[in-house]
Design a protein. Structure first.
Length: 296
């Protein structure tokens, strides 16, 4: 006897949260932050073509000159063009910030996925992460740079290491919640391999929080690099970074405050813009924030 069946409505196995980037222009403040950040990135990328002078060229006879037609922002204690050094300084700072964000998110994602899915790994890995988080990030970065030498690679590694535990714990919390969902249990019960379950059903749930966390890591890495350079524990002082420029100018702050003002201004604008975009991303990608707005 044939039994007539009614097809059930299709229900997606996974419900990944796909990010939408309209929040970048949601408000005038966020739009302004986005425009400023894009301009700083473009300025840094095109530095060899828009910088008026060689940022490493020494001109002792023209040291500590105020702004003029030849040197718009003046010269530093070695006669180097401040404008050119500020433009080039953004390249290193942004490179380290973006690189630290990418590596910390990538490594933290793997650690968080494995720790959240396997309890025996979680017991060991999270204690290691707790130990790293117990050490102040700036002290850990100084220790790593002191042991390995001050290069762009070592500074990026030194800044990335303290950020990995924060990303790992974030991903772990998402995985612990998502693995109890019916669609994950169904995928496991039908014999799906663990890598497939993680990639198709768990990773999509981490995209939105990782985008938000990545912006905060990027801003924190740029600031940490500036602190290391200002303290003399960062990249070679001759290399133009915003932190190095401010470190060179602090001895002449009373007679020429612009040596610190301009790199500090760009550093502040960059970090503020990234943080504002991160806040906007959190509000746009977090469903709980939308529910709260709907209740108001």
């Amino acid at each position: 006897m044939a039994i007539e069946t009614v097809p059930s409505p299709s229900v997606p196995i996974t419900t990944p949260l796909r990010p939408r980037f309209g929040f970048l222009t949601a408000t005038p403040i966020i739009a302004a932050a986005t425009v400023l950040l894009v301009l700083i990135i473009v300025m840094s990328v095109l530095a060899p073509w828009i910088a008026p002078h060689d940022p490493l060229q020494l001109k002792p006879a023209l040291r500590l000159r105020p702004g003029n037609a030849q040197f718009l922002l003046g010269t530093d204690a070695y006669g180097r063009d401040v404008l050119s050094r500020v433009i080039y300084g953004g390249r290193i700072s942004l490179l380290i910030g973006i690189g630290a964000a990418i590596f910390s998110v990538g490594i933290g994602l793997v650690i968080g996925l494995v720790s959240g899915f396997f309890k025996w790994v979680d017991a060991v890995m999270m204690r290691i992460m707790d130990g790293l988080m117990a050490i102040p990030s700036i002290l850990l970065a100084i220790a790593v740079v002191s042991l390995s030498g001050a290069t762009i690679t070592t500074v990026m590694i030194a800044i990335t290491i303290p950020e990995i535990p924060r990303v790992a714990r974030l991903v772990r919390s998402v995985v612990l919640s998502a693995r109890e969902e019916p669609y994950v249990e169904a995928a496991i019960s039908v014999g799906s391999s663990l890598p497939k379950v993680m990639w198709r059903h768990l990773v999509p749930n981490t995209i939105a929080p990782l985008i938000v966390q990545g912006t905060y890591v990027c801003a924190s890495a740029i600031l940490t690099e500036a602190i290391l350079s200002f303290l003399g524990a960062g990249i070679n002082p001759e290399t133009p970074t915003w932190g190095n420029i401010m470190a060179d100018g602090r001895a002449y702050f009373q007679i020429m405050p612009s040596l610190i003002f301009w790199p500090g201004l760009l550093l502040s604008i960059t970090i503020l813009s990234i943080n504002l975009i991160g806040d906007a991303a959190r509000d746009a990608l977090d469903p709980r924030m939308k529910q709260r707005e709907g209740r108001k």
